[in-house]
Design a protein around this ligand. Structure first.
Ligand code: ZN
Length: 212
């Protein structure tokens, strides 16, 4: 569904997002079976996978990265972008050992073409390192839409909150990352898990940061 102009939420286990601008980008790829759902969504939206400029992976958890290998079969020429830390885990140069554990890292290693640095802009999105959930998690800021794409830096399932610490590699750092996001201004926010916030989003982050 289109939640803001040019922002499509694909409702799979961990939400994926397509941004339609002068360049097409996909953010996160959910689980392996969900790759088919994402491909069907793209087809309905008349987007050819190979026309995607970039697939951003916010972090290496299986429910965000496992659809990547399947999508890349069709998304020939599409670049994969992730943080420096997460790139090694996505490509399987190293196996991610944080929760839920290395045994869950079953995705085929996929090379990362674009290593994103904190504060860098790429394909219209500003990269914000938000470690703590995994070692190299990122969020992305779409300044043109005043939209934060949080990834799993927070969730909005019942209300805006921290991720369950069972899944956070460093709970203290996870909270620091939420405080970092609370220093930014954005009206809207979307999440890997939970409903979008349209309007007043950064005020909710400020309120959450105060409670941590
Ligand atoms: Zn996660």
């Amino acid at each position: 569904m289109e939640i803001l102009k040019g922002v499509h939420l694909i409702d799979v286990y961990a939400n994926s997002y397509v941004l339609i601008d002068d360049r097409l980008v996909l953010i996160d790829t959910s689980s392996e079976p969900d790759a088919k759902t994402i491909l069907r969504y793209l087809e309905k939206a008349k987007i050819r996978p190979r026309d995607l400029a970039t697939i951003f992976i916010t972090h290496v958890h299986p429910d965000h990265v496992s659809g990547l290998a399947r999508l890349k079969q069709d998304a020939t020429g599409t670049k994969v972008a992730a943080s420096r830390v997460e790139a090694d885990f996505i490509s399987k140069k190293r196996v991610y050992d944080g929760p839920p554990g290395a045994a869950h890292q079953r995705h085929p290693g996929t090379p990362v073409d674009v290593v994103l640095e904190d504060g860098q802009a790429y394909d219209g999105l500003k990269v914000i390192y938000t470690p703590g959930h995994t070692r190299g998690s990122i969020s992305l800021l779409d300044e043109s839409r005043s939209l934060l794409i949080a990834g799993d830096a927070a969730n909005n399932e019942k209300a805006l909150s921290t991720m369950d610490d069972v899944y956070n590699v460093d709970p203290r750092q996870h909270r620091e990352s939420i405080r970092k996001l609370a220093t930014l201004h954005f009206d809207n926010a979307v999440f890997g898990h939970g409903k979008p916030i349209t309007g007043g989003a950064s005020a909710q982050f400020v309120a959450l940061a105060k409670r941590l």
